[in-house]
Design a protein around this ligand. Structure first.
Ligand SMILES: [Zn+2]
Length: 1099
């Protein structure tokens, strides 16, 4: 219909209205009163019409009007009370016996159009009594398709309201719908479609779903689905087939429904029909819904391990009477057994109307966590501990009292003259040789191998083919390295050593990376490892940690996701369930039986899965929990050997915990090949195809989950091939960075010290596990010991940095390495920076967690970044003493200018900061505050703003300055609130990559992470210049100008990605996702594996 026509209709309407008015009882004057619109006139006429024909005429007109001008006119109609009038006419007309069929038809047709546009439609219908009118019409007209169709259309809208659905169910409407739906037929398909929609909506109510189960309709629905699937060969009625699946989907939301589905052989039926649909892309909605139902009904299992508690136990000095550890060890045996404990209690079904449940829920979760207590939002320096107690920390701040008397500034040469106290590296501070390390091999090399030393000569041969493979000893035992090196360590002539040693037939060369990795030294690494204390008493060294990692020079873009990858993985899981005999289910490695079964991919240990897609080698891996915990696993670091070249291997890590991961958005795992390394390419590379992260059918029981509803686990799956024979490879969640690596780096940094650098390494404290927690002080030496110079030296502002409180966030350590190397560097910027500030750095806040391969906790089984409010000196020594350092500084009026704790973020891209702002928190919440409450210096924005200008990986848009309640015990919030540091930050680095800036589309590597750490330093120098300027009155606004914007950043929630690329509805257990407590970096998901040789984080 074109525009002209619609105009003329409208004109006609008015003419008609004027005529009509003459026959209504009310006076025209009243109806046409001031402000009335045409719609009001029509509605008034309708309301007052007393004979069927007039009513019908008006309905025809309305129908035309609303069809043509849909959006706006419909809005006017609804707002002027049109819906109510229609219901009123409907109920009064129903009292006529028999009611006019034509009137009922017109009313329902119009209501079917209005319904979806009126948010209160369901409530209005119920209150007016219209529900029963429609139902009885349906019952009486089952054979009258003409009238039945609009009635069902209206019923469909009624049923969308949850209270209506319950009430309609009580009146037998569910059974009624089951009478209407029918086997395949070409007739009345639109009727059937509408009936299925209505039924689907009704079945969302648990009571109704139960009715359907009790009436044995689950097998009936499956039979109907199969019938339509077989007969609808040309796929003309996909919507009907989808409608049937939606009914099944909603019924299987209740436990009884899932049981009935399994009993009716639903898994097999849906699996078979879906695989038949796979070749037709347009049938994807059917496959997706089927897959969803199958996943829901897939019986929940406990993990295939004896217990989900950590395989290692560490006896704590004392266990707090309440807390996670006490809870864990008081759990009854058999606690891990999973039962379907989903709540089917229909009495709890809401009997109140919520028109926009989704919106409200989203709004609630968005704002729930924002701190709204204004008292808590104001940084109020807490008195902390009495100064008498804090005075002992004076010894960590010698630079504040040092007078350098007797220190010879003129003739100072060499590092030994720098003041040093409690050096960490007394035994290892001497410079190490850079000669290649000789590693013994288990077997002698064949003459052929010795004759072709290709690729042995260093890392410059990037990309050269490996023509020789060498036998690699695995595992690399610490004892072996020590003893054999004595015999073979004579060579110190650089990379030529290989050929010389080759002649002896029992040694293998380590790539000479000294030039590329100035801070790496394999000898020193082994030295450091010997002093590291782990709970499992690891006695092995992982090759990658020993050899070192040289960042590749090629780009590693995000992996493009294969269409339907999640679906195909899920189907393979279902296939395994349906055909259990096809799986050779063998345990190939168990942490509890060390050394009994070697973890190799020998044929005798293969787990062969015969799917219809391919025959493949597939391994399920279960990650070990953090020590003294039964969860927190995401970090992994594992070794594999004995692989066949060219064969595809699939790995499934089946007990991941977080509900989503960057593995769904382009992130790959990291692999390190020892053969590659000894061929001159020692490096971690991003690897893996068919990567997908999805919810699986394993769960932990509600008791094991600490009283919450049983939680499902997630699978990370990836496939890969291996290109070298006799290789030993490693997989890791992210670039490993061990505690021993840190100690090695610190020792090497010591060697970089020049007479102008003031570097002191102190032992802050000992950890629970008996390891030391290093504290570094870096600044510039004073120019002389004159009063002025000493004064300038002592009065430099402090910068306090920390990292790696969460062991799984290895990226934080790489950023810290970048910071430390820059600070110790020779560049003029580094020199200025040292002259500008005193740096206090705790590079690893959780050594024990790192050493023992934890993902998140310390040995106390707790997240240390939730202990800052009240750290326990025995259980959380590193936090207790770090906080004390800050309290000491606050007491002597030397609180740091900047505090920053480095973290890693697994669900977001880029590098970004979290800070604390009263104003931005208030803006994001609904609390009212006076302007004085909101008086706040914008200085907290300067540093991130500078970073966004100079650091390519940094994104201002991802920053947030909102104070959340769940974060009130984190370093960032406590240092801000109690110590009074306005610039108190968490800096989060992505585990995945960037979606903006120079590195857009690329996965992050150690080079970029280290660069970030260096740029952080450069930014501090700019900050110094700006804060220096601010002492001048007229330049007060300069900082704000630089900041550029006064508007708040968005309140950033956990993820900036869509929740799932492939629509997956977990409605049966939707509570699971929401209840999850989020972390400082929302979900830093790392897991660590249960295998000692896997967990080779440390010895
Ligand atoms: Zn973290």
């Amino acid at each position: 219909m074109n525009g002209d026509c619609s105009v003329s209709k409208f004109t006609f309407t008015f003419v008609f209205m004027l005529t009509l008015l003459c026959i209504t009882e009310k006076s025209g004057k009243e109806v046409m009163s001031k402000g009335s619109s045409g719609m009001e006139v029509i509605l008034a006429s309708l309301e007052n019409s007393r004979d069927v024909q007039t009513t019908l005429n008006i309905l025809y007109i309305l129908s035309e009007l609303l069809t043509v001008g849909r959006g706006r006119r419909m809005g006017v109609f609804v707002s002027k009370g049109g819906t109510g009038i229609l219901f009123q006419i409907l109920t009064s007309a129903s009292k006529e016996l028999p009611p006019s069929e034509e009137l009922m038809l017109q009313l329902h047709s119009l209501l079917a159009k209005v319904g979806p546009k009126d948010r209160k439609f369901g409530v209005k219908a119920r209150l007016s009594g219209a529900l029963n009118v429609t139902i009885s019409l349906i019952k009486q007209n089952l054979q009258n398709a003409k009238l039945l169709l609009p009635c069902l259309q209206v019923l469909r809208v009624y049923s969308a309201n949850s209270v209506n659905a319950i009430s309609l169910g009580k009146n037998g409407v569910v059974e009624l719908m089951f009478k209407i739906i029918a086997p395949y037929s070409k007739k009345n398909t639109s009727l059937l479609k509408v009936a299925l929609d209505a039924l689907g909506a009704l079945l969302k109510s648990k009571t109704n779903a139960r009715r359907a189960v009790d009436g044995s309709h689950v097998p009936a629905l499956l039979a109907l689905y199969l019938d339509w699937h077989r007969n609808d060969a040309r796929h003309r009625h996909m919507l009907i087939r989808k409608g049937l699946l939606v009914c099944l989907r909603n019924i299987t939301n209740i436990k009884l429904g899932r049981k009935a589905f399994i009993e009716a052989d639903g898994m097999r039926i849906l699996y078979n029909t879906s695989t038949e649909c796979l070749p037709v892309r347009t049938l994807d909605p059917l496959i997706n819904t089927s897959s969803l139902i199958m996943r829901k009904c897939f019986p929940k299992n406990r993990l295939p391990v004896p217990t989900i508690k950590s395989a290692f136990h560490y006896q704590l000095p004392h266990v707090l009477p309440v807390g996670p550890v006490a809870q864990l060890y008081s759990q009854p045996p058999g606690v891990d057994d999973v039962v379907d404990d989903s709540d089917d209690n229909e009495e709890t079904e809401a009997e109140t109307d919520t028109d926009n449940e989704e919106d409200e829920k989203a709004h609630r979760t968005l704002n729930d966590d924002i701190e709204t207590d204004l008292n808590k939002l104001h940084p109020t320096k807490s008195p902390g501990r009495p100064f008498e107690e804090l005075r002992v920390y004076e010894r960590f701040f010698l630079e504040l009292s040092e007078d350098f008397q007797g220190y010879n500034f003129e003739g100072s040469k060499g590092a030994s003259s720098t003041p040093s106290s409690g050096s960490l590296s007394s035994s290892s501070s001497s410079a190490r040789s850079t000669r290649p390390i000789i590693v013994p091999t288990a077997q002698a090399l064949s003459p052929k191998h010795m004759a072709t030393p290709d690729g042995l000569k260093g890392v410059k041969q990037e990309g050269s083919p490996v023509s020789a493979t060498r036998h690699i000893q695995s595992p690399l035992l610490l004892g072996d390295i020590a003893t054999r090196r004595v015999g073979g360590g004579g060579s110190d002539c650089g990379s030529e050593g290989a050929e010389d040693e080759g002649g002896e037939g029992a040694v293998l060369e380590v790539p000479d990376t000294a030039l590329l990795l100035p801070l790496h030294d394999p000898d020193l690494y082994v030295e450091m490892v010997k002093g590291t204390r782990s709970v499992p008493q690891y006695a092995e060294v992982a090759y990658p940690d020993y050899f070192g990692h040289v960042a590749p020079t090629f780009k590693e873009p995000h992996l493009e996701r294969v269409y339907g990858v999640q679906r195909s993985k899920i189907f393979q899981d279902i296939e395994r369930l349906i055909h259990p005999n096809d799986i050779l289910d063998k345990v190939v490695y168990d942490l509890d039986i060390p050394r009994v079964v070697p973890f190799t991919f020998n044929s005798q240990f293969e787990s062969v899965l015969n799917t219809q897609w391919s025959i493949q080698y597939e391994y399920d891996l279960v990650l070990n929990s953090d020590i003294n915990s039964n969860h927190y696993h995401q970090w992994f670091y594992l070794e594999v050997s004995g692989m066949r070249v060219g064969t595809t291997y699939r790995f499934n890590i089946i007990n991941c915990e977080k509900s989503n991961s960057q593995f769904n958005y382009g992130m790959q795992v990291l692999m390190y090949s020892v053969q590659e390394a000894i061929s001159g390419r020692p490096r971690w590379v991003r690897t893996g195809t068919d990567i997908c992260y999805y919810k699986n059918h394993f769960a932990r029981s509600s008791i094991a989950a600490g009283g919450q509803k049983g939680k499902s686990y997630f699978t990370l799956t990836f496939s890969t091939t291996f290109s070298h024979k006799d290789d030993v490879c490693y997989f890791a969640y992210h670039y490993p960075y061990t505690y021993s690596t840190l100690k090695m780096h610190l020792a090497k940094l010591e060697a970089l010290r020049t007479p102008h650098i003031y570097l002191r390494q102190d032992v802050l404290c000992e950890t629970l596990g008996g390891n030391i927690c290093p504290l570094l002080t870096i600044t510039a030496m004073p120019e002389s010991n004159s009063n002025d110079h000493i004064c300038q030296f002592r009065n430099r502002p402090l910068i306090f940095l920390s990292a790696r409180v969460h062991p799984g966030e290895t990226n934080a350590s790489w950023v810290m390495k970048g910071t430390l190397e820059f600070l110790m560097g020779t560049s003029p910027l580094a020199a200025s920076l040292r002259e500008a500030y005193i740096f206090k750095i705790v590079p690893m806040l959780n050594p024990d967690g790192v050493i023992n391969g934890n993902h998140r906790c310390s040995l106390s089984g707790e997240d240390l970044n939730r202990q800052w409010q009240n750290p326990n000196p025995e259980l959380h020594p590193t936090i207790y003493h770090t906080k004390s350092l800050l309290q000491y500084l606050a007491h002597i009026q030397r609180a740091p200018l900047v505090f920053c704790d480095y973290h890693g973020h697994s669900r977001k891209k880029n590098v970004f900061m979290y800070g604390c702002s009263v104003k931005e928190t208030v803006w994001q919440s609904n609390i009212s505050a006076t302007s004085s409450d909101l008086h706040e210096d914008l200085g907290y924005r300067t540093l991130p703003k500078i970073l966004s200008q100079i650091a390519p990986a940094f994104s201002m848009a991802s920053c947030s300055f909102v104070v959340e309640r769940s974060k009130e015990a984190t370093a960032r919030v406590v240092v801000w609130r109690e110590i009074g540091v306005q610039r108190s930050y968490t800096m989060e680095s992505t585990l995945c990559g960037c979606d903006q800036g120079k590195y857009k589309g690329l996965q992050i590597g150690t080079r970029e992470l280290e660069e970030m750490g260096a740029q952080f330093c450069v930014a501090l120098l700019r900050l110094k210049r700006l804060t220096g300027l601010r002492n001048h009155q007229h330049l007060l606004d300069l900082e704000s100008d630089i900041i550029g914007t006064h508007s708040p950043t968005t309140y950033v929630m956990e993820e900036d990605e869509p929740s799932f690329l492939e629509a997956i509805d977990y409605s049966a257990e939707s509570d699971n996702e929401d209840a999850e407590p989020e972390n400082e970096h929302a979900s830093n998901e790392c897991f660590h594996l249960s295998l000692p040789e896997f967990n080779h984080h440390e010895l």
